[in-house]
Write a protein that binds this ligand. Structure first.
Ligand code: 1YM
Length: 648
């Protein structure tokens, strides 16, 4: 490995730019952005460990609102940078994109644009302290965002790096206080940090990660000797795995390191979690293609060899082998290129053949082993079922297509479409209940707002096959109205409405309908969620009327506040949408100028999957536990919901 020296650091930009436009560097100034500060520091520590220096990372959430991260790697370089004449530490924390990390010769694998750098954390902190132990000595530096003449100077060194003693330890320690002038909320969330560290620990087998929360005296040690094998077991722990332990293969080819763990469960969706250099690639890419091609080929070969394929049926297709598949694919390689809408899709062409070759070889060997034959047969059996259903579904779809004209007229009867043919401005309200639907039809601006009333509860699509989902009339109507098609046939460009708003009552039934619809979108049209098209409408819970004004309240807190302002008042409680007249519904819930809506997003695919499995699956006691722990109908757990205004 090439040796590092401060002269290799590349200097690009200044810190004040970060404070001017934080969104450009950390996405938002909401909770996600806040946690981003911590990820930057943790990523540097993990990178160091993953490259073979040290084996332990400790993260502490302190009582004073600070967070600290410590590793036992080499320590950030301390020697002065020849051009900038400042220490390596100062370069890392004050220069954007500074880092030998981005230089090809240093780290073998690095995330490319992923780590925008520790300097961003410094720029958006009130203060940040670094301690480095290296070559027998201990060093210290402190940075502050200081205000003078009404201007904030971000991350200025107030204690230049100095030697503060001797030590026989090595490593880097960083502690910082997020700036409350930048972030609305500066409280780190234990569960969010824990989930992130868990994922990191799974992807870096054998690394010891410790998380301590001094605010609550909780702590957790994470270390998975099984790596992504343990990850797959974790992902399937509340489902029904078809064999044990998960299949695992790993190998290196041309400086590309590939590891794969797979399991099958008794549901029908496929869940592939892929990573490149520890960075999630939810949009997939060349590595995923390589894996899928290999899986299909090896399993078809196995089926042929064991006479499990009938001549007349032909080979299985890829989809047949992906029903109920849970897989984690982790690739480490140089010079990664990301593409796609959210830059989370791997673009490197060479990754495809390399991953395909490692997976083909590994899986072939696995199934050629006598004791694994049974596992192969279990998978083929599942694929046979999938293939049969596929044939049946195709027939159903053909019938459906033929029926299309009838379906359309049915749809037209239900759907009150809008006049505009510009999807960018169009909105579809899916409204619970016929009567509320009627009110919404009167209330809307018919130029760009369409209304789809739901008669009953739509089908719970968790644990259902596509053909069963398609058999449900309510669901079919929704699919028809949205225009994109579903599953394999999904086409985002055919989306008829930029905003799809779920409008249900703020009670248990409404919550259930909302969950069912979110589950359906998450499982069958996830692109709509990642693309930010799904919203939850927020009708008010109360109206407070006093002598000279009327105000709507959306939470109990708002109600308490509003009633504290006036003397004589009456409260009207809205039990459901149906209790509002058209004008009220328009002002409170549908008027783009005044309404309150939440955009649905999935920050964490793993948590969302686990929540849906518990919430919509068939383990009743797990669901009860979950509800008891999280009973709050105004919170949509793990589908994070953002008000659009929050976004930069
Ligand atoms: C608690 C946070 O940042 N650890 C850390 C960072 C670096 C190194 C070691 C390191 C890297 C290299 C050489 C190299 C970083 N160095 C740089 C830069 N923990 C934490 N531990 N020697 C030490 O990349 O070759 C950026 S991060 F830019 F100085 F090389």
């Amino acid at each position: 490995m090439a040796s590092y020296d401060s002269k290799d650091l590349i200097v690009l930009e200044g810190l004040d730019a970060v404070r001017m436009r934080p969104g450009m560097y950390i996405g938002t100034t909401g909770v996600n952005g806040l946690h981003h500060l911590l990820w930057e520091i943790i990523d540097n520590a993990i990178d160091e460990i993953a490259n073979g220096y040290g084996n332990k990372v400790e993260v502490i959430l302190h009582k004073d609102g600070t967070a600290s991260v410590q590793d036992n790697g080499r320590g950030i370089p301390v020697s002065p940078h020849p051009k900038l004449k400042i220490s390596g530490v100062e370069v890392v924390f004050t220069q954007l994109h500074a880092g030998g990390k981005f230089d090809d010769n240093n780290y073998k694998y690095s995330g490319g644009l992923h780590g925008v750098g520790a300097s961003v954390t410094n720029a958006l902190s009130r203060w940040l302290e670094v301690t480095v132990c290296k070559d027998g000595k201990k060093y210290f530096a402190r940075f502050e965002s200081v205000e003078s003449n009404g201007k904030i100077h971000s991350g200025s060194p107030v204690q230049r790096l100095k030697e503060i003693g001797n030590t026989n330890l090595k490593g880097t320690h960083v502690r910082f206080l997020p700036d409350d002038r930048v972030f609305r909320d500066v409280k780190f969330d234990y569960d969010t940090v824990l989930e992130r560290l868990k994922e990191t620990a799974f992807l870096n087998k054998g690394v010891h990660i410790e998380l301590k929360d001094e605010r609550t005296n909780t702590h957790q040690s994470l270390c998975y000797e099984g790596g992504i094998r343990d990850y797959v077991s974790y992902l399937t722990e509340d489902k029904k795995p078809l064999f044990a332990p998960p299949i695992y293969i790993e190998n290196e080819i041309k400086d590309t390191y590939v590891s794969l763990a797979i399991q099958y469960v008794d549901t029908y969706i496929d869940n592939i979690f892929s990573y490149v250099n520890n960075i999630p690639t939810p949009e997939g890419g060349t590595h995923e293609v390589g894996f899928k091609v290999a899986l299909t080929k090896v399993l078809n070969d196995f089926a042929k060899k064991n006479n499990l394929i009938k001549e007349k049926d032909g080979l299985f297709i890829g989809d047949d082998f992906r029903e109920g598949l849970v897989a984690v694919l982790s690739v480490k390689m140089k010079n990664v290129q990301f593409e796609g809408q959210t830059k989370t899709k791997l673009g490197n062409v060479e990754a495809r053949s390399r991953v395909e070759s490692v997976c083909t070889q590994g899986l072939t060997e696995f199934f050629a082993t006598k004791k694994n034959e049974n596992i192969g047969k279990i998978i083929i059996e599942k694929a046979q079922l999938a293939s049969k259903v596929r044939a049946a579904t195709k027939r159903a779809k053909d019938i459906n297509r033929a029926k299309n004209s009838i379906d359309n007229s049915q749809l037209i009867g239900k759907l009150a479409s809008c006049t505009s043919r510009t999807p960018e401005i169009n909105e579809l309200f899916i409204v619970e209940g016929k009567s509320a639907g009627g009110t919404a039809k009167q209330a809307r601006d018919r130029y760009f707002q369409a209304i789809l009333p739901l008669r009953g509860k739509p089908l719970n699509s968790e644990k259902k096959r596509l053909d069963q989902v398609l058999a449900n009339e309510e669901i079919r109507t929704i699919i028809g109205a949205i225009g994109t098609g579903i599953g394999q046939d999904f086409k985002l460009e055919n989306l008829k409405y930029n905003k799809i708003v779920i409008l249900s009552d703020a009670d248990q039934d409404g919550m259930h309908i909302r969950s069912i619809l979110l589950t359906f979108f998450f499982r069958y049209m996830p692109e709509l969620i990642t693309n930010g098209n799904i919203y939850i409408g927020m009708p008010p819970l109360y109206k407070v009327s006093s002598k000279d004004k009327e105000v709507y309240c959306y939470t109990d807190e708002e109600l308490a506040y509003e009633t504290s302002l006036v003397k004589n008042y009456t409260i009207q409680r809205y039990k459901g949408l149906g209790e509002m007249d058209a004008e009220q519904l328009w002002t409170t819930t549908m008027d783009p100028q005044k309404r309150n809506m939440m955009r649905v997003s999935v920050e964490d695919k793993v948590m969302a999957d686990k929540v849906i499995t518990t919430w919509m699956g068939d383990d009743v006691s797990a669901r009860k536990d979950y509800i008891n722990k999280n009973a709050n109908f105004n919170k949509i757990d793990n589908f994070t919901t953002n008000k659009p205004e929050d976004e930069e």
